[in-house]
Each structure stands twice: as structure tokens, then as C-alpha cells.
Design a protein around this ligand. Sequence first.
Ligand SMILES: [Zn+2]
Ligand SMILES: [Zn+2]
Length: 335
Amino acid sequence: MRVAEISDNKIVVKEREQITLEEKTGAIVKVIGCGLCGSDIVKFREHISNDGTVLGHEIVAEIVEINSNSGFKVGDTIVASHHIPCFRCAYCKGKSYSMCEHFKETNIVPGGFSEYVYLSEEHLLNVTHLKPKNLSNEEVSFYEPLGCCVRAVKRAELSPLSNVLVVGLGTIGLLMAQTLRAFGMTVHGCDIMPDRIHKAQSLGINAFNSSDLEFAHKHIYAHTNNIGVDCVFMTSGADAAISVALETVRLGGKILVFSSTPKNLGYTNNDIYYKELTVLGSYSPRPQDLETSLQLLTNGEVNVKNLSTVYPLEKIQEAFNDTISNKIMKAYIKM
Ligand SMILES: [Zn+2]
Ligand SMILES: [Zn+2]
């Protein structure tokens, strides 16, 4: 079977021995396609993953072999995610599901950028669903990234009447903004790239250019009775975006951190203290968040049409390069 693995700072397509179920429970699936996640880019670019690693986890696939009590059968087209919390440890009991050891250890094997993948019984029972008929393969591949946004929105614990700002209107920003809208909130979005602002506007999001901080402040104050937004969702990976959050959040408001930034700058002690800010991070979804995600995609409340650019597996390096250079919004690797 063909896989795309990290090799000497490149993504290289190689031939590997075919995986089979043998005596195990679970399923072997033939991958139809897999989304390229921002976290894959970070793992590749920052050399976090070793040579031989197969990245990718946003898979759409067909079951070709199965030994399971999940009810799925050979021929089913499914969508699946990679991590599962144990729901028993101290982290899970404290609602920090993505900090759970079991969550971090569980994964699809060898990774999504592979012709065939092994899903354990636990994956089938918790984070796998049949592909809804009204969604294309590319559309349903947003199941896991949208699940991350759903988790962030739930974690922020906002009232539906809240005013919110999404900083960064890349794919994740567009998913986040639409999720917030689906939860009933008044949503603003900002970026510094005009084409991204236009894309957000075409999805009905009130989007503006935040390259001028003073303008960003005035714009948000004008739309929030001069107090600022209740919560800022930081999907931008730029250090400069931190100033936008501090200029637009209201006193006593929240900042939800959803991205790493290169210089790792932060909100200062005194920002947090004098403004009584709540700064919180959100990383990865629970099974319940993934279910909500699939509902939002299926009922059309989150529109992901035409967000993906499709690359064949052979051109996966190009997909990484084009994502890094912002040439495209989101890559989908077709097997
Ligand atoms: Zn992802
Ligand atoms: Zn746990």
C-alpha cells in the first residue's frame, strides 16, 4: 500500500506492506481522502514528528475488512477521528479530555495519508460515523476540524446573546465563526488578508480588516455599545493578533486561545488582572463535540463548500507547500 511519510524534511510517497486485520477487533478501511490539518503543518515544519511518521487524521474511508460489534459493515463509507478520551482519569473527570493520556496515545494506524488505515474497535464505537448522503467526501472531511471548533465554543461557556470576534479567517476561523453563529451569537471576524475577508463576507459573516489596530478597536466598539466583545476566539497563528484581542475584548471578557504562535508572546499578568480577563485554551474534541460537528455539517449550518483544494497523494508535498505559503485555504489529499 502507498503511504506519504516524513523523510529528511520532505513528505515522500512510499510503498509499505499491506495492513490486515488478522486476529484483531476493529476495521481496515480504504482511505478515500484525508484533510491536511494545521497541526500536520506544525508537526512537519517544526520537526516535531520523526522520519517515517505518516501524518493526517481527517479521513473519509470505506470499510474493507471488519471484526466489530459497532454495527458497521464492509462497504460502509465512514468518517473518523483519531483521539479518544478514557472518561475515567483525573483529567477526564476535570473535563480536560484532550489532556488525557489515553486520548494522546490513541490514534489511527499508520496515519491518514495512507491508502489503508486500521481503526480500533474503540475508534469505531466512539469517533466513527457513516458519511451523510448529502455531503461530499471533501465536505465531510471537515468533521474533525469542525469538532475542534465546537469544543472551543462549548468550552467558552457563553450565552447565546454574546458578541464575539474571531481573529483569523483561514479555514478554522470560517468554521469557528459559523459554529458561533449556529449557537446563536452575534459574530464578527477579522483578518489582514482581503481575500479571506471577502470569503468570510460571502458566508454572511461581518468581517473587517484588522491591520489597523485603532480601526479594529473603533469598529468593534461601534458594534457593541462601546464595551467590546464578550469573547475573542484566536484562530490566527500570528503573534500580532494578540494585540487585536486586547483592543477588542470587553472588561471582564474572555479570550479563547486556539492556535500556537511563532514567538509565543502572551497576555500579560496586568492585562488579565486589571481587566479581569479569562484566558483559556482549547485543543481537541470529545466524541460528543464530533457528533455536534457532523450535525452542523449535515444540516448546512456550517457551509464548507469550495473550501478545499484537492491534491492527489503524489502531489502531497505541493499541498503542504501551498498551505504553508497561504496559496490555498485547505488541502484535501485524494488517495
Ligand atoms: Zn485536524
Ligand atoms: Zn482520561
